[in-house]
Design a protein around this ligand. Structure first.
Ligand code: ZN
Length: 257
């Protein structure tokens, strides 16, 4: 954790954090509400006074998909923090001008938005998100494999992904050298003794959280992507039953998740 909590500068706790801009919403005539996922305090919504005008205070920090260093004041009894200052650290320029890459980047950010709780600093999630955005701008990365790998890693970080290293029925450690099974009515996977439909070991590995560069370097066939997607999307729907804006946008581009 690189965030630092300080007292001072008026009522409320002042926190310095690194955070990625997930969403920006205009507020009143000249303000904006910015939603960030930060290393120090997790997901947070903050009021940026004057944030709709170009201001020296925020520079280029108030744009989607920008990693910023932010100074926040958490206001007692109010859900909305105040963004005192923000400076851009990194802007993932390779996404610019690529509608599909931007659509996918929007999907990663929206997943973080809907799957995390406010003020829950989940370790590793900011790095996961920045790593995903970086790879989306890399033409050598397999986008399908990357999205599925991101879903698995995020669901695991949030704590709602089954441990696929163990049999869901008897708890034995899965041996990838022996048959692995799956069943639609079983959450997780089954060992050789517990049966189920055969699941190739290469697909089983896709159900384990792995570093994104490794996942994105390993292209995923469409049928395999669908099989993994059925499981990840079912989980995502339990926490986010509403239709995601980014999914609708990607569908307009002819891309199904
Ligand atoms: Zn078993």
């Amino acid at each position: 954790m690189t965030g630092r909590a300080l007292r001072g500068g008026g009522p409320g706790l002042v926190v310095d954090a690194r955070g990625l801009v997930l969403r920006l919403v205009p507020y009143r005539e000249s303000d904006r509400i910015v939603q960030l996922f930060t290393d120090a305090v997790g997901r947070v919504s903050a009021l940026a006074r004057g944030g709709r005008r170009s201001s020296r205070r925020f520079g280029g920090a108030l744009q989607p998909f920008v990693l910023v260093r932010a100074r926040l004041r958490q206001r007692p009894r109010l859900d909305l923090a105040e963004l005192i200052a923000a400076e851009p650290l990194r802007s993932f320029e390779r996404l610019a001008g690529e509608p599909r890459a931007l659509g996918r980047a929007g999907y990663l950010c929206e997943l973080v938005q809907v799957l995390t709780r406010e003020h829950d600093p989940l370790p590793g999630v900011l790095e996961l998100l920045c790593g995903g955005l970086e790879l989306l701008g890399d033409p050598a990365a397999d986008a399908g494999a990357l999205l599925r790998g991101f879903e698995v890693a995020l669901l695991d970080a949030v704590g709602i992904w089954p441990d696929h290293r163990r049999c869901a029925r008897c708890g034995r450690t899965i041996d990838p050298g022996r048959p692995i099974g799956c069943r639609d009515d079983v959450d997780g996977v089954l060992c050789a003794e517990c049966g189920g439909e055969p699941l190739p070991a290469a697909l089983w590995r896709r159900l384990l959280p792995r570093p994104l560069p490794e996942v994105a370097a390993d292209p995923l066939a469409e049928d395999a992507a669908r099989l993994i997607g059925r499981r990840t999307l079912a989980r995502i729907r339990t926490l986010a039953p509403q239709r995601l804006r980014s999914v609708a946008f990607l569908q307009q581009l002819g891309e199904a998740l």
